[in-house]
Design a protein around this ligand. Structure first.
Ligand code: F6R
Length: 364
């Protein structure tokens, strides 16, 4: 039931403060992640992990790309990420001690499931981050961590993604404590995670400003999304959301790649969306923004502070609340979901059932 909401997608976007809480509930102690949440056999398996291979499709793949930054940065464990449709059909070299992580809302995506079946005999163990209890991936994986987002009806994935990120961050912590992660850092991140529902609630308060911003996109044919670091996959996810529900051609680039090609596309008809929290990448990102402005590109910046990125002619800035850096990719996803939602509503497309797409891709 959509209740007061016009579309399931909007309802599911607004459920995120509650469901990210559900994704953590019973899994966080005062200072650490409770690893029993992964199953009774999990601790002995985690002890032996030397590298991680993540496989997923679409939005779930973007969650995996963010997890790679976390796993390598915080845990110091090598991590590979690949879309399932490529992974399953090539010869993949898997070093000893590989934990295979599949990420899937439905647990039924044909390529992801086939990838698991293909590697089963060559891995240390399999873990699935999944939203549907009893699904094929849950039944066939050694370990599972349910995302607890509740049924997702809108074809465009929203709450499944943010809860996957919570689950992946908890996974990073249980792996990391066996490697480079100190108890102090773990305790800090656990405390940070507990502030997430409140932060998401605050960002939902920007909805009407984002709705206004959406007007600039309704007549456009193309859009570029830029980000750096963990915000690069967030930009990819923002572009995917825009193309799938509003049918506007959108592409994401790591901001540093701009001058290696895509800058040639930038003119007044190419809006550029940037996710730019205040972090160590911001100075570099600001130089990229200048390059876009100099070519007449209209800029839409989701920023950590207006002091850092000034609104001016052709530059709209939406300020997000201050937040721990680790939560940025989760929190900055929401305004991009809302942006594509409002663009689609303005264009009059079928938001919950985009043309040509199915919720669960159970065939290749
Ligand atoms: C995008 C979207 C798809 C799915 C992809 C994987 O909004 O919903 O890209 O993310 O089909 O589906 P799951 O996560 O069910 O394996």
């Amino acid at each position: 039931d959509k209740g007061e909401y016009k579309h399931y997608m909007l309802k599911e976007i607004y459920e995120q403060p509650r469901v990210v809480h559900a994704a953590m509930e019973g899994r966080l102690g005062a200072e650490r992640v409770l690893e029993e949440a992964f199953g009774v056999t999990a601790p002995a398996i985690f002890d032996q992990v030397r590298q991680v291979q993540i496989v997923a499709c679409g939005t779930s793949y973007h969650a995996g790309l963010i997890a790679k930054y976390w796993i390598e940065d915080l845990a110091g464990i090598p991590c590979m990420v690949e879309v399932a449709s490529e992974f399953r059909y090539r010869k993949v070299v898997l070093p000893k001690g590989t934990l295979f992580i599949s990420i899937s809302q439905s647990g039924e995506t044909a390529d992801t499931l086939a990838a698991l079946r293909e590697v089963r005999d060559r891995i240390l163990a399999s873990l699935t981050i999944c939203n549907v209890p009893g699904s094929s991936l849950v039944r066939e994986s050694d370990l599972c961590l349910m995302t607890n987002a509740g049924p997702e009806i809108g074809v465009a994935s929203t709450k499944a993604f943010t809860t996957q990120l919570v689950a992946l961050l908890m996974t990073t912590l249980v792996l990391g404590r066996r490697h480079e992660l100190t108890p102090e850092t773990e305790a800090r991140i656990v405390a940070d995670l507990k502030t997430l529902p409140g932060l998401l609630e605050q960002v939902l308060g920007l909805d009407s400003a984002i709705e206004k911003m959406a007007e600039a996109f309704a007549e456009k044919q193309h859009a570029l999304f830029l980000g750096r670091g963990t915000l690069n996959p967030v930009a990819m996810e923002g572009a995917l959301k825009l193309k799938e529900i509003s049918y506007i051609h959108a592409e994401a680039y790591a901001a540093g790649e701009l001058k290696h090609g895509p800058l040639a596309l930038v003119d007044k008809d190419m809006p550029v969306v940037t996710v730019a929290p205040r972090n160590e990448m911001l100075d570099k990102l600001k130089a990229n923004l200048q390059e876009v402005r100099a070519r007449g590109g209209e800029l839409f910046v989701f920023a950590g502070s207006r002091q850092e990125v000034q609104p001016e002619e052709g530059v709209q800035v939406l300020e997000l609340p201050p937040m721990p850096g680790i939560l940025e990719p989760i929190v900055y996803t929401l305004p991009l979901q809302l942006l594509s939602y409002h663009v689609a509503v303005l264009k009059g497309t079928d938001v919950d059932q985009p043309r040509n797409l199915a919720k669960s891709v159970t065939v290749e």
